[in-house]
Design a protein around this ligand. Sequence first.
Ligand code: ATP
Length: 348
Amino acid sequence: MLISFVGNPRHVYMEKKAVLHSCQQIKIRYSKRVYEYVHQAIPIQEVEVINVIKEKYLRRVKVVPGKKIELDDFPTGWAQDKDLKDSERDEIKERALQILEENRSALASAQELLWASNTYAVMIILQGMDTSGKDGTIKHVLSGVNPQGCKVHSFKVPTAEELDHTFLWRYWQALPNRGEIGIFNRSYYEDVLVVKVHPDRLVNLPPGKSGRKFWNARYEDINNFERHLARNGTIILKFFLHISREEQKKRLLARLLDEDKYWKFSLSDLAERRFWDDYLDAYEEAIFSTSTDIAPWYVIPADHKWVARTLIADIITSRIQSLNLSYPQVTGEALEQIEEARRHLEEE
Ligand code: ATP
């Protein structure tokens, strides 16, 4: 009997006979989905490849709390990994896209449960250099999710009103309700990134230098804010879409060479590119200072959009599934009412 689990039963390959047996064991938790997935069993070679993707990448992309990081140690692309270079890239890509598709529908179901159980909220933070693919990730990863249970907020340069409050104020207003997935396209992390690279943009603050003490205080505020949210039922997942400088050049050029993409181009993207190393330093410091068990950072290789999207979809889906939510049980009087209503309609 050969059973190979890759994280959860969606990615499982089983011999026909073993399928039934195994299903009996895992049916209780995964019932319908297991049956769906085992029917499209995946060949074992591909499972191994997926194992490589998940084990190699997932372990590498999660930032261990308290461990100093250098972003250069994190891959931005696919081919930099020797084991994966040797595999058939197109095949892997095809399979990864399939996983993305599977995760999309699994995420839709997970979100429904999240909504029905009304206990947890999920906050997803997307950060990355210009052109790193934040918008596309949102579009592709969440395309199957019921829009009613999902809110996207894109944070721009703060308004005068926002600047008249403390730096976390505007994010409070945008937090997801219980049962919702909230996506922050840029976030309060900008307040330790762009303003760290350009301290002249720190305005309306009491006098004092924006030195190490100032930034450490902001990291502390962020950690306290996230701790408060987590303690009250918000699941926090933070993704840094890590692209290489060369890939950004390609994407900016693509915007300049294709009329249909002109609208995406902004001169400020070019201006910010000159501060690439300063941004990397700011990201390293921020990620190191705020990756915690309750709100981990994932440094996602983003030179290939399909790699980034597949990984992110997988991490979000697995995290919600790990909550082991179930639909609220209807019992007692409410159950009697349901039975009564059913009889009534059937007899009509
Ligand atoms: P794309 O990546 O697709 O180009 P974008 O996220 O860059 O889109 P823009 O409207 O072009 O969207 O840029 C938003 C700008 O707002 C960024 O330059 C970002 O640094 C800036 N910004 C966001 N939050 C803050 C903040 N708290 N303080 C100062 N600037 C901020």
